[in-house]
Design a binder for this molecule. Sequence first.
Ligand code: WTA
Length: 632
Amino acid sequence: MSDRIHTLSGYFHEYQKSLAEPDKFWARIADSFHWRKRWDKVLDWNFEGPDVKWFVNGKLNITENVLERHLFTLGDRPAIIWEPNDPNEEGRVLTYQELYHKVCKFSNALKAKGIGKGDKVIIYMPMVPEAAVAMLACARIGAVHSVVFAGFSSNALADRIEDCQAKAVLTSDGNFRGKKKIEVKAVVDEALEKTNDVETVVVYQRTKQDVVMKEGRDYWWHDFIAGQAETNTATEMDSEDMLFILYTSGSTGKPKGIVHTTGGYMVYSKYTFENVFQYSPGDIYWCTADIGWITGHSYIVYGPLLAGATSIMFEGVPTYPDAGRFWAIVDKYKVNQFYTAPTAIRALEAHGTEPIEPYKLDSLKVLGTVGEPINEEAWHWYHTHVGKNRCPIVDTWWQTETGGIMVSPLAGVTPNKPAYATLPLPGVQLAIVDPEGNELTGNSVEGNLCIKFPWPGMLRTTYGDHERCKQTYFATYKGMYFTGDGVKRDHDGYYRILGRVDDVINVSGHRMGTAEVENAINEHPKVIESAVVGYPHEVKGQGIYAYVICDMTNRTVENLTNEIKETVRKIIGPIAKPDKVQIVSGLPKTRSGKIMRRILRKVAEGAMDDMGDTSTLLDPEVVEEIKKNRIN
Ligand code: WTA
């Protein structure tokens, strides 16, 4: 049974039903899954705890819904089509049947090593099908996976291993990215010198580069699974058992482990996938995200595979061997739904339309974007040159915390409006609030985006620190989940996301906390104090601008700025490296010692005549110096 909505009036009808009788609405959708035992109660909740439970006492295993449920009907259908980094290398196809056997085999091997329900497993892997196999194998035995983007540094990896006390790390020798061959196992080795929880490391051989294997701890993937049976019975899980932890940046401190649980996430990821993309059986769907981010979790692996779709997984980058690579892949596999990030669109737009011309894109039915606000120019370029004015664009707003898409057109159903995420999905109750927390009703309003009612895909806690979850998301506005985003509802009632209103910056669709980058900069021995802000960047959406007070003895400005960038790269990873570093003699502060970031943002933007109220500034001369030496 499909729960797909086909018309705009159908959407409004479903939306109303989800408001009036949320339990009944979600029960109907959840009933199309396989449960070992049906739930006793659909929803139990309060946002004060917060304490949210969906499908209470339901028993299931999510992988039975990905694998067993499809075996008889779709066993021969490709589940994953893998396209390698190098277009001359042969791709791979895994049917549902083959995926089932690979997942069983790997999960049997994990079990044989004593890994089971509740154990944490870190996945630090390139974009190869085995990464999806690893995730599903964990889910099959009740182990909790935590995928760490393979571009993160050993420090960032070590922090995550330690925070969740991982028992095992699944990784590869190396990673092919464009022209580069990147070390992966060596990064794991470095991380493991800093922590001691990990007993088992499994290494998938991808690049065949030399790696060091530690006797008794490290195993080659092929040896690890050798002799294991190709079938097994999945472990029974409770709806609210943890499915995965995914670390994400916030405005304060270290990244937090967002916890998603089994039943609600399953229902929500599949429902949103089918409806937003208007997936029809047999469609070829491609999401270009990395599995290290939530988009890869929900819309490469879980959502599409729960729906029995064919999901393409691409190892490489959009510009290798040239800027036509995405379109070559769309043509090669006759892709029907294509989902990418605005930053990729802008980067390709810079190459003009020539790279598109050699390829046939007429298989495309739906285009999607995610991760950051899409500017109107990029929207139109995508619509005209990729979609040939024929394909609806789904601008999908959501977050690691929301588990799945929250505000988005349903492709071809909801009228498009460039740069608008348009309308909430059924079950999603939005509120726009002013800084005091008063809900702004009616149309043509702007404020902070909150959510008033639980949805099945929502986070349940932040791992190991429930209070932090409460303070970050549920304390700012009483009785509501606060997203951290600003939003506008226009005269038609359509939503446009305006970007973060907190100290989170969005670089190429990757979330970075300014505090996190500052902490990394401050590790440099010559750094006394720093302040980081985002500024508009043509391709990345936002760039990182760092103002740093340094001890300049024995250093030039040039070698210090380079060293500072390098320090951040080492501590967090290349994605967090500041674009601009300005050495300053002081930072603009209020009399109470608070850094006035608003001023730093204005300077970084180049909006120097528009400083706003500076009357509380302690030392106005600092601002003059900063303005004078601003980096262009
Ligand atoms: C931003 C990614 C505008 C937003 C799925 C959000 C967007 C943050 C959109 C979450 C969009 C995501 N339009 N902004 N369509 N999608 N964002 O956790 O600021 O990596 O809060 O999840 O990305 O980023 P995250």
